[in-house]
Design a protein around this ligand. Sequence first.
Ligand SMILES: Nc1nc2c(ncn2[C@@H]2O[C@H](COP(=O)(O)OP(=O)(O)O)[C@@H](O)[C@H]2O)c(=O)[nH]1
Ligand SMILES: [Mg+2]
Length: 255
Amino acid sequence: MKFTDLDRHMRIYETAHDHCALPGIYLVARIDGRCFSRLTKEIHDFKAPYDERFRDYMIETIEHLMQCGFRVIFAYSQSDEINLLMHPQESSFSRKLRKYNSVLAAEASARFSLSFGHLATFDCRISQLPQVDDVIRYFRWRQDDAHRNALNGHCYWFHRKQGLSDQEAHQKLMGVSNSEKNEFLFTEAGINFNEIPTWERRGFSLYWQDQVRLGTNPKTGESQESKRQVLKVDLELPMKHGFELMVRNILEAQL
Ligand SMILES: Nc1nc2c(ncn2[C@@H]2O[C@H](COP(=O)(O)OP(=O)(O)O)[C@@H](O)[C@H]2O)c(=O)[nH]1
Ligand SMILES: [Mg+2]
């Protein structure tokens, strides 16, 4: 068989089920660390439940993901996950989902591993959201999950530090409500949940901001202003409705 015939014959198997996101659908990628429970507990002595070094590796990874060829307008991260909202007109790779999934997972894995100094990998999935309200709900969902994780994490690690095994600590938390966990932390562990760092309770974000710089016009020698976009790392996110409003403003500014 000639190469051109063989190529045409085989290519179908590779591409026939390629799915492209429809124009106008909002795309959010969730990139999640693979087996990070083990990695954070056994391979590295990260402080538990939260470690600023781990957070900073995630920030370096997100900064890379926001500048590696996709039009990412907003990132939200908590625990070992990174959520990226694409610009509505994002069109790389003809919006082929397999490309977003594989390239973003690969870029995140490579960048995080460099910071971390060990092999670490991420998977990626894409949510295709039909309306702005769905995008807002998506990020609200992830932030509510951050709150749940923080509450659980602090309770779990308090039990562990008291000498309980992994299984025993998990069992202690079964069927316990959020307000009971709050109360437990306050009375037993001496932790006022509302006073732990905001980024632990609410996650954190990266987004673009205009920066005005004063320079000199090389031709005229006169001073002039120039504008460029820089990434802001926001560790003090608002919560609930305030967070929803923030995501809405960032997205609607692009429409
Ligand atoms: N020690 C520590 N662990 C963290 C930190 N951030 C995330 N993790 C852990 O990362 C894991 C992420 O959970 P999940 O994605 O469900 O588990 P996976 O399937 O093992 O990756 C949890 O076990 C978290 O406790 C941190 O700052 N310090
Ligand atoms: Mg994970």
